[in-house]
Ligand binder design. Structure first.
Ligand SMILES: Cc1cc2nc3c(=O)[nH]c(=O)nc-3n(C[C@H](O)[C@H](O)[C@H](O)COP(=O)(O)OP(=O)(O)OC[C@H]3O[C@@H](n4cnc5c(N)ncnc54)[C@H](O)[C@@H]3O)c2cc1C
Length: 327
């Protein structure tokens, strides 16, 4: 079964290891990593012979050698991964754990980035390709976890929901989205609908697992019903641990009577009240959700390479195109 939380006690060493594991994955980069690894090995061997402690030497090597990435981009093509475990999250969402090709590999994804899946059914004329954002940590070795919502007529999500452990799916990546580096912005706003939370959660993990990163985060998360709210426990943990830097506002279209949060769709009024103002320096607003939400909040993205014009609530509230990123 899955670990209870991807948020850990931040450790500078670990953060550094993650950064190595997610550096650009060009050939030259990989070579540089392994050259560094070889140097570390030589150092550790010296340590072993001079101190006589084999386990200490091995530990030192493991610490210094960056983990091998499963996904390297470029001309790598699709990699087939075996489904290891399935957890039912709610009435339409499953968490799927896929094994990486080698148990000591990391995914190789950078923050923020996604991964592409491919499936061609027996009667399909062409393959279906869809992006997903892993919710496991970039430093996790041997597996990656996806949170997948099933759409009744959706070819990929329906197929993924039929998979059982032992079956395989093709993946390609990484698909770089918005490169994050610590303290890149003073305050970010995340506006998510449904599974649009997954790239936002990736950003949150990166920010709050890094003790050097002081970015403030405001999340506005819209869902149909309360049971549709994904990663709620993880988000609550963030609010409890970082009350000064993380705030979440939940909006439900069909709210129960006792609901304390906002209701209906994500309104301009709510955004005006809780988001950092457009005139504040060094802010960024991220948007991810179903087409209806994108249209209302920011206007749609034209293609992976074209963010399109800014429209909708954010434009009306005075944000500029440069202040907004559509996943
Ligand atoms: C960067 C990125 C990351 C993503 N990460 C995740 C993730 O972690 N988890 C996850 O579950 N999903 C994620 N998605 C969505 C995912 O890629 C698929 O779109 C989703 O799983 C549906 O795929 P499908 O083939 O099953 O259905 P699709 O055929 O793509 O459509 C599913 C349903 O979406 C609606 N729809 C689609 N297009 C339109 C449109 N133009 N107008 C109106 N309605 C429309 C329809 O109701 C349709 O039935 C991500 C998307 C992006 C762009």
């Amino acid at each position: 079964m899955f670990a209870r939380s991807a948020f850990r006690v931040a450790q500078p060493l670990k953060t550094q290891a993650r950064r190595y594991a997610t550096e650009p994955t060009s050939q030259g980069g990989s070579k540089a990593f392994y050259a560094a690894g070889a140097a570390a090995l030589a150092g550790a061997a010296y340590f072993y012979y001079s101190n006589g402690s084999a386990s200490a030497a091995v530990a030192k090597v493991k610490e210094a050698v960056p983990a091998k990435p499963a996904f390297t981009g470029g001309d790598q093509g699709f990699v087939s991964l075996k489904l290891a475990d399935v957890e039912i999250v709610n009435h339409n969402t499953k968490r799927l754990r896929f094994e990486l090709p080698e148990s000591d590999m990391v995914s190789g994804l950078q923050i923020a980035s996604a991964i592409l899946t491919k499936y061609k059914g027996p009667t399909d004329e062409k393959a279906t390709l869809r992006p997903y954002t892993p919710i496991s940590d970039e430093s996790d070795k041997g597996y990656l976890d996806l949170l997948v919502k099933k759409y009744p007529d959706g070819p990929m999500s329906t197929h993924m929901h039929t998979l059982v452990p032992g079956q395989r799916l093709d993946f390609k990546g990484p698909l770089p989205k918005y490169p994050w580096s610590e303290n890149k912005h003073d305050h970010i706003a995340l506006i998510a609908g449904g599974t649009g939370i997954t790239p936002m959660y990736q950003l949150c993990r990166s920010i709050f697992n890094n003790t050097n990163d002081k970015t403030k985060v405001t999340l506005v998360f819209g869902n149909v019903t309360e049971e549709d709210i994904l990663l709620r426990r993880e988000l609550a943990e963030l609010e409890n641990t970082h009350p000064q830097r993380f705030r979440a506002f939940y909006v439900l279209d069909k709210a129960p009577k006792e609901w304390q949060g906002n209701t209906g769709f994500i309104s301009k009024d709510l955004l005006k009240t809780v988001l950092p103002e457009p005139k504040e320096e060094n802010i960024k607003v991220f948007v991810c959700g179903p087409p209806g939400l994108m249209k209302a909040i920011s206007g749609p993205k034209v293609s992976p390479k074209d963010q399109g014009e800014l429209s909708g609530s954010l434009k009306d509230l005075g944000y500029t195109k440069e202040q907004v990123y559509k996943f």
